[in-house]
Design a protein around this ligand. Sequence first.
Ligand SMILES: Nc1nc2c(ncn2[C@@H]2O[C@H](COP(=O)(O)OP(=O)(O)OP(=O)(O)O)[C@@H](O)[C@H]2O)c(=O)[nH]1
Ligand SMILES: [Mg+2]
Length: 379
Amino acid sequence: MSAGVEDIKLEALSLSEGIRESPVCIIVLGMAGSGKTTFTRSLIQHAQKEFNPYVVNLDPACREVPYATHVDIRDTVNYREVMKQYQLGPNGGIVTALNMFTTKMAQFAELVRRAGERGHKWCVIDTPGQIEVFTWSASGNIITEGLATMFPTIVVYVMDVVRSACPTTFMSNMLYACSILYKTRLPFLVALNKIDLQDCSFVLDWMTDFETFQEALEQEQSFVSNLTRTMSLTLDTFYENLSTCGVSAKTGVGFAQLLKKILDCVTQYEQDYKPVYEKMRQERLAEQAAGPRPTDNVEEAGVAVPLGLGLQDPHPNSKNSVFLMAPGLVPQSAEDDENDMEEDAKGTMEDQNFHSFVQNHLDAQQSKRDKLQQKQPQP
Ligand SMILES: Nc1nc2c(ncn2[C@@H]2O[C@H](COP(=O)(O)OP(=O)(O)OP(=O)(O)O)[C@@H](O)[C@H]2O)c(=O)[nH]1
Ligand SMILES: [Mg+2]
C-alpha cells in the first residue's frame, strides 16, 4: 500500500456520520519491555483468519518490528532526524515524532476507515516503549479520542507477570493501568503476558482476594508496603471492572481466550462507552458549528516567537513524499544505507569501547590483587 497525503480525500470523514461498526481499534499499551510488540505479532497471527487485522506501528524509535505493517510511523517521521534537527534527547524525539504524526491524524483516520471498508475488521495499534509518551502526551490523547469517536476502540494493557511478581511492583503497574483506564474511558483488557515463564494465577488471586495480597505484602515491611496496603483497598473497585487474560506472546498460549475477551470488550464499548463518545462527537460538531473560539486565534493569544529550529517536513522516502507506507515496500535509498552503515559503525565502536572499558577495569583489579598478594608475608 502506498498512499500520498494528497491522495487522501477527507470528505468521507465528516464527524456528522457517527461511529462506524468497523474496524475495531485495539490500542496496545504497556510498560517498556512488557512485550507489546511481540504481543501485537501474536495477536495479528491469531486474529488473521477471522478479523483480517489492519496493522499500525506507532513506535518511531524501534529498529524493526516482527510483523508486516500497513501504517508505520517510521515512514512518516524519521526519529533520528527529529532528534538531530531539534536537538532533543530520545524521549523528546519520540514525543515530537508522535506530535508530527498526529498532524496527519485526519489522513490516518481516513486510512483506517478505508481499511474497514476493505474488510479489515480489526485495527491493531502498537505503541512506543515509553508508555507515558503515549498516555500523557497531547498526541496520544488526540489519537485515542480521535479513533474512539469514529470507531469502536478498546485498550489492551500488556503486563509482564514476571516483573510483577513483587507486590509493590505489581501495585505500581496496577496504579498505572488504573490511571490509563480513567483517562481513556475505554474498555480495558489486561493481558497478563509471559505466562510461559511464570504462572499468572497469583495476579488473579491478588486481584480477587485482598487477604492474599496482604499476606504477600507482609514480607515487605517498608513504608512503601504500608502505602501499597492502603492503595490496594482503594483499587478494589477498579479490579471489579477489569477484564484479565493470561497469555504468552512468545508461544501463543492463551490467545484463543484473549480473542473472546476482546469481543466482550467490543460489546462493552457498544453498550456503555459508545454513548459517551457519541456525546463527545456531538459536542465537537457543535463547537465546529460555533466557529473558532477566541483563544484559537493565535494572533490574539500572543506573539509567536520563532524558536530558530526550522520546522521542516520529514525526509521524504520518494519524490511524492510517501506517507504511511509499509517498511518492506519502501525502496531504500543509498543515503539510507549509508546512514545505517554509519549507525552500525557507531554501535560497533560503542561495543568496543565498552569491552575495552570492562577489560581495563578487570586488569586494574587483577594488578591490585597481585600487589596485595606480593605485600602479604609468605607462610
Ligand atoms: N518468555 C517470553 N518472553 C517474551 C514474551 N513476550 C515478550 N517477550 C520478550 O520480552 C522482550 C520485550 O518484548 P517486546 O515485544 O519488544 O516488548 P515491548 O513492550 O514492545 O518493548 P518496548 O517497545 O521496547 O517497550 C523481548 O525479549 C521478547 O522476546 C513472552 O510471552 N514470553
Ligand atoms: Mg515495542
